[in-house]
Design a binder for this molecule. Structure first.
Ligand SMILES: Cc1cc2nc3c(=O)[nH]c(=O)nc-3n(C[C@H](O)[C@H](O)[C@H](O)COP(=O)(O)OP(=O)(O)OC[C@H]3O[C@@H](n4cnc5c(N)ncnc54)[C@H](O)[C@@H]3O)c2cc1C
Length: 370
């Protein structure tokens, strides 16, 4: 007889972990299948660790709502469970006159999203707060911050386990077949291939989430679920730049990202990034020839930079629904009942602000399941 479980979660990134912790409270038998040897080895540990305020996204989008809600939940959880974090604030800078109108629009957008504490700054006010920054104007977001995402992942994993979730690491989901009101989930681990029966499947497979939906039988092109990979690289700065700037500094966003920003990590390192360029393959190496591009982008608002002080650091890959040149796409968090897959919940395109929104996404999924 096949093993039978209530809920199969595919993927142990921040979304799978937060969701497991959230739903395991309700006496369900929850299993997390993760192809890697442990949790959080992909996008959830390759990002900026920024707690976003929720400014950029169109109002009423899931990105806006879940970011604002998730930010509050995340600060609360970090405070309660001593996960290192710092509400350092952020300034989005207009490098020249043409960008000032855009800052004003961003202020309005943020307010519509419920980010009530934003303040427009003149050149003098920016200088007062951050004497080393060059900007025509700025938008201060006091509720933006940084945190230790690795400790968050550890915490979510430990709590999900305490609440009864089982984790199967080194276990890749390779097939999904509907069997009446349930699903046969085919898995491959070091002992070979086997099946389990699950009543509910939560697809939290990050960069693979479109393929998981396809495995289940969804036409992902028709559904608009096909992912595009968009790589973001980071360069580190020499330690002489430590403590020159205390807030996060962001420029005008690019089409596919928030722009190359300045960030001092909790352990004091200073980083520039991430960039944004579409790629076909998952390859985390950092191309040293991109140094000049990073330098030119950041020099506009960080005039003190020297080219030789930049060094390649790390990278991450965004699972984007929006292809090159395309318009905004929201997170997909969908119960596929209407498409003929009751009990299958897809989470696709969970790019930034996915880390900030994770706890709110988990609640949203719990409500959807109920
Ligand atoms: C460069 C960059 C910077 C970012 N900066 C920020 C930021 O500052 N703030 C913020 O809020 N967000 C940020 N994000 C977004 C954030 O990191 C993601 O939204 C979040 O980590 C997504 O988590 P996840 O669990 O969906 O994906 P992942 O962490 O990728 O987890 C998915 C898991 O599924 C597993 N999996 C896949 N296929 C299978 C299978 N077939 N069987 C079993 N397991 C499988 C994978 O191994 C993986 O562990 C950034 C992203 C990038 C790329």
């Amino acid at each position: 007889m096949l093993a039978e479980i209530d809920v199969a979660i595919i993927g142990a990134g921040v979304i799978g972990l937060a969701t497991a912790r959230e739903i395991a409270q309700g006496k369900k038998e929850v299993f997390v299948f993760e192809k890697n040897r442990t949790f959080g080895l992909e996008t959830s540990s390759r990002n900026s660790e920024v707690i976003h305020a929720g400014i950029y996204y169109p109002e009423d989008s899931l990105k806006a709502k879940l970011c604002v809600e998730g930010k509050n939940l995340l600060y609360e959880l970090c405070g309660k469970h001593t996960i290192a974090h710092k509400k350092c604030g952020k300034i989005i800078v207009a490098a020249d006159e043409s960008e000032v109108t855009w800052l004003e629009q961003l202020l309005e957008q943020g307010r519509r999203n419920g980010v009530a504490d934003l303040v427009l700054l003149s050149r003098t006010e920016v200088k007062k707060l951050e004497p080393h920054i060059e900007a025509r104007a700025g938008l201060l977001s006091p509720s933006s911050g940084i945190f230790d995402s690795h400790n968050l992942l550890k915490f979510l994993y430990a709590q999900a386990r305490e609440r009864g979730t089982e984790f199967a690491f080194g276990t890749e989901v390779i097939g999904i077949e509907r069997k009446g009101a349930k699903y046969k989930v085919q898995i491959r681990d070091r002992d070979g291939i086997s099946d389990v029966i699950a009543r509910v499947i939560l697809n939290c497979a990050g960069l693979n989430s479109d393929r998981i939906a396809q495995l289940a039988g969804i036409d992902i092109t028709r559904a608009g679920y096909r992912l595009h990979y968009c790589k973001g690289e980071y360069f580190s700065l020499d330690s002489k730049y430590r403590n020159l700037v205390s807030r996060l500094i962001y420029p005008a966003p690019e089409q596919a990202g928030h722009g190359i920003h300045w960030r001092q990590t909790l352990d004091g390192r200073v980083l520039l990034g991430p960039s944004a360029h579409y790629v076909e393959e998952i390859d985390y190496s950092v191309d040293g020839t991109h140094k000049q591009y990073f330098y030119d982008s950041a020099k506009r608002f960080l005039p003190f930079l020297d080219l030789e002080d930049l060094a390649p650091e790390s990278s991450g890959i965004r699972p984007k629904l929006q292809g090159p040149g395309e318009d905004f796409r929201d997170f997909v968090i969908a119960h596929e009942e209407k498409t003929g897959f009751p009990g299958l919940i897809n989470l696709i395109g969970i790019e930034s602000p996915g880390l900030t929104a994770a706890l709110a996404i988990a609640r949203y999924v719990r409500t959807m399941m109920a």
